[in-house]
Design a protein around this ligand. Structure first.
Ligand code: ADP
Ligand code: MG
Length: 616
């Protein structure tokens, strides 16, 4: 029988190897940008045509490549970055495998133009599907310019699997951001179809984050800085009041290389546990500096997970650093001197003799009687003006005893219109730990979670109103103008009708600017970071891109409910408590199963009369 094993022809082997490195246009962008960074460029420009399908061009002002190296760079495993195994443990470059250029050239048309500053004349190399078509001297500015056209032109199966342009563009933007954030000292530009999307000047880390994610980030970033023998961690985490519904803006870098690290991610998440609303997440931009031999660099070219030698110890350091950052800065009003419009602090002029300083005075209301206010306020949950005597009279006929049934009596009628329309019932109840509402019920004592109940109540309300486009909108006195990211701008045509149904009045001003003229009336006075809220909602639309309209409406309703709901720690008025209890009792009536919030957690618990009895 004939032998059947054959060595694959070079072009087939090349295409298979290329599949490892180049999965989509964004992989090309990543490799080219990283090569430019490795070449010590101070300015890197990226030009895209058709989200990279037709052309990806990167121009840098880095070291350039010599005439011979320019062709050799396209040979498999040709690299200038390491020469022996030992070098792997002291890597300071992105690249080291020498796989990117040959892989890219195997599946596209590539034109490279390059010149070193010491050379009079530059070099041109043209390759198509791995075959060198031209290798000649040519004029070229100092640096390297490389254009990759018609990606996967010779691998139709792969080309077919590319997603639509906006998906590929989003992947490219992600790669661009990762490199740009971790190298703020380099100037970056991104042009899509000749439109400037980003023009980022060399800056500090913080300024770079703000120029990529928008002004809304300024003031929301808490600095993190710690240096230990093992690791240095620096960067920013978000304030607890400016978290996001989804974790898009979460970036870890190790020695300026983007990485994903689910274990470290957990350390950051735990620091925010209990401090942020259910379902929302902090954003973070954290750079770990470790000795190169402390991480396993020999990772797969497309993988971003990185293994550390001392993961447990670093986890603990990270956890306590983030905790400290939150604790230290959370309650201090920050004056941001990096911001252009930093507040003017008036200087006290000691020499000004005319200035008179009066000591603070204390006014006492001599007629105030604390016991009087007690009567009509806290303990009595009846109509306003009702006093102890009246309250007592209410139960007079029932053997002078207040039983739980009495208080529950009204709950059947508790279908009062929510959201302040119509009347609400009154209950004997009080607030406990600024978190729970306690009230008697036929089975014993009911303890209601104020936040969860309020979220669910608002969720139903928003869901119904969004469905019927009935969310009341309130015009802002002054329109708010703010910028959104290019990804968000792409999603605007889909997001605007949804936002309008939610009560936002928003118009697209073009060039990534939007003008906000109205907000849902329930938002007024509660949350004035409207730009942040809109940005969150557009992000939700981006992430639900492929979902049905129904699903989008649902996630918008969930989000809005979370925003306007009563938080823990808020002191409730009698009418706040009554409307929540009305809602809970109406839920109990309509639910067959136990009632749970939108996060699946319990809305209330009941301490039964029996267990109270057993206490005695
Ligand atoms: P690696 O980056 O792993 O070394 P690549 O295939 O990406 O492998 O690049 C091969 C070589 O080509 C690099 O080692 C470098 O010497 C050279 N090179 C690639 N891009 C550039 C660039 N933009 N500027 C200067 N040299 C470059
Ligand atoms: Mg490389």
């Amino acid at each position: 029988m004939d032998n059947i094993i054959k060595v694959l022809p070079d072009d087939v082997a090349g295409q298979i190897a290329a599949g490892e490195v180049v999965q989509r246009p964004a992989s090309v962008v990543k490799e080219l940008l990283e090569n430019s960074v490795d070449a010590h460029s101070t300015r890197i420009s990226l030009f895209l045509t058709d989200s990279g399908r037709s052309s990806i061009k990167v121009i840098d002002n880095g070291s350039g490549i010599s005439f011979d190296d320019a062709a050799n760079a396209f040979l498999p495993h040709a690299t200038s970055k390491i020469s022996q195994t030992g070098d792997l443990f002291s890597l300071s470059t992105f690249g080291f495998r020498g796989e990117a250029l040959p892989s890219i050239a195997a599946i596209s048309d590539v034109v490279l133009k390059t010149r070193r500053s010491t050379d009079q004349i530059g070099t041109l190399v043209q390759i198509s599907g791995g075959k060198v078509l031209k290798h000649q001297q040519d004029t070229a500015p100092v640096g390297t310019q490389i254009e990759v056209r018609n990606i996967f032109f010779n691998v139709p199966a792969r080309r077919k699997f590319l997603k639509n342009d906006s998906v590929e563009y989003t992947h490219i933007l992600n790669e661009f951001k990762r490199v740009a954030i971790s190298h703020p000292e380099i100037e970056f530009e991104l042009f899509n179809q000749n439109n400037a999307v980003y023009q980022l000047k060399a800056s500090t880390f913080k300024q770079r984050i703000v120029s990529i994610f928008g002004d809304k980030m300024n003031g929301s970033l808490l600095p993190v800085e710690l240096n230990t023998e093992l690791v240095s961690i620096n960067g920013f985490v978000s304030r607890t009041d400016t978290t996001r519904q989804r974790g898009y803006e979460q970036f870890f870098f190790v020695n300026n290389r983007f990485m994903k690290h689910p274990y470290f991610h957990k350390a950051v998440m735990e620091a925010y546990d209990g401090l942020v609303a259910e379902g929302s997440q902090p954003f973070y931009f954290l750079n770990f500096s470790v000795k190169p031999d402390q991480i396993d660099v020999n990772i797969h070219p497309t993988k971003t997970e990185i293994k550390f030698a001392n993961e447990r110890e670093i986890w603990q350091i990270l956890s306590s650093t983030v905790n400290q950052a939150i604790g230290k800065f959370e309650r201090i009003t920050e004056i941001d001197f990096e911001k252009d419009d930093a507040p003017q602090i008036p200087v006290f002029s000691a020499g000004n003799g005319k200035q008179t300083i009066t000591p603070p005075s204390v006014d006492v209301d001599k007629s105030y009687n604390p016991f009087q206010s007690c009567k009509s306020g806290y303990y009595s949950q009846g109509k306003s003006g009702e006093n102890w005597e009246n309250l007592y009279a209410r139960y007079k006929d029932k053997s002078q005893q207040v039983t739980s049934d009495d208080c529950f009596e009204d709950s059947g009628k508790a279908s009062a219109e929510l959201n302040g329309i119509g009347s609400v019932s009154s209950y004997i109840c009080f607030q406990f730990l600024s978190k729970y509402i306690v009230t008697p019920c036929p089975e014993g004592i009911m303890i209601v979670d104020q936040h969860r109940a309020s979220v669910l109540m608002n969720y139903y309300d928003f869901a119904a109103r969004i469905e019927d486009c009935r969310v009341c909108s309130q015009r802002l006195l002054f329109p708010e103008l703010f910028t959104i990211t290019p990804e968000q701008a792409e999603m605007l045509p889909v997001a605007i009708p949804l936002l309008t149904a939610c009560g936002f009045e928003l118009s697209d001003m073009g060039g990534g600017a939007v003008s906000l003229t109205g907000v849902p009336s329930s938002f007024l006075g509660k949350n004035t970071d409207y730009a942040g809220r809109i940005s969150d909602l557009i992000d939700l639309a981006v992430s639900d891109k492929d979902s049905e309209m129904e699903k989008r409406k649902e996630s918008f309703a969930r989000y809005l409910a979370g925003q306007v709901s009563i938080p823990y720690g808020k002191q409730l008025t009698n009418s706040d408590m009554s409307s929540i209890l009305d809602f809970v009792f109406s839920q109990i009536e309509s639910c067959t199963d136990s009632c749970r919030g939108i996060d699946g957690k319990r809305l209330y618990n009941i301490i039964s009369a029996d267990s109270i009895g057993r206490l005695f």
